[in-house]
Design a binder for this molecule. Structure first.
Ligand code: HEM
Length: 156
């Protein structure tokens, strides 16, 4: 009888432990998602239209979007490793940076290299006025690959 009670109590303790661990793991996962979304001040369940008004909200180092030749890019992750400095790109975030990108902000056209363009392609959100799923933004925000590629590029 005593043995049955002991086994019963052990089982209750074991399952309580499992439930606590699973609950903690789930709530932690949830917190991560919320903080990623808040980086962009976006609600995770809403589709987003890439209008000029929406892009204008992302004009800072926490969320840096810009338009280049009709396409919208999220350069938040690569800003700090930009060879021309974060301050080279930041003034053009939240708006159309086509001219700045194609001139490197000089008076004469001075194009970015093909390598720069291939890095940029990885950060595309969509075309101007396209409606996109917010998961696309989270992918770019969580993608540290571009930053690593910038670093590799500097090592060459
Ligand atoms: C839109 C505003 C931007 C301006 C004004 C700008 C300006 C510059 C400047 C002044 C340099 C350093 C000088 C040089 O190496 O020739 C540079 C280099 C570079 N930038 Fe930008 N940049 C902009 C956006 C971007 C973006 C969005 C990317 C990619 C995501 C990028 C990628 C690079 C790379 C890889 C280099 C190294 C040189 C090259 O490959 O052309 N830049 N940029």
């Amino acid at each position: 009888m005593k043995l049955k009670i002991a086994v019963g109590i052990s089982l209750i303790i074991f399952w309580t432990f499992i439930v606590v661990i699973v609950t903690l793991a789930l709530s932690r996962n949830n917190q991560n998602q919320v903080s990623s979304v808040s980086v962009n001040n976006l609600k995770s369940n809403e589709l987003i239209k890439l209008t000029s008004e929406e892009i204008a909200k992302h004009d800072n180092s926490n969320s840096s979007w810009l338009i280049i030749e009709g396409k919208v890019y999220d350069v938040t992750q690569s800003l700090s490793s930009h060879p021309g400095g974060a301050n080279g790109i930041l003034p053009y975030c939240g708006r159309d940076g086509t001219q700045a990108f194609t001139t490197k902000n000089k008076t004469r056209p001075q194009n970015h290299s093909d390598t720069a363009k291939s890095l940029l392609v990885k950060e595309i959100l969509g075309s101007l006025n396209e409606t996109i799923n917010p998961s696309k933004i989270l992918n770019v925000v969580n993608n540290s690959q571009t930053q690593r590629q910038f670093e590799d590029y500097e090592d060459d």
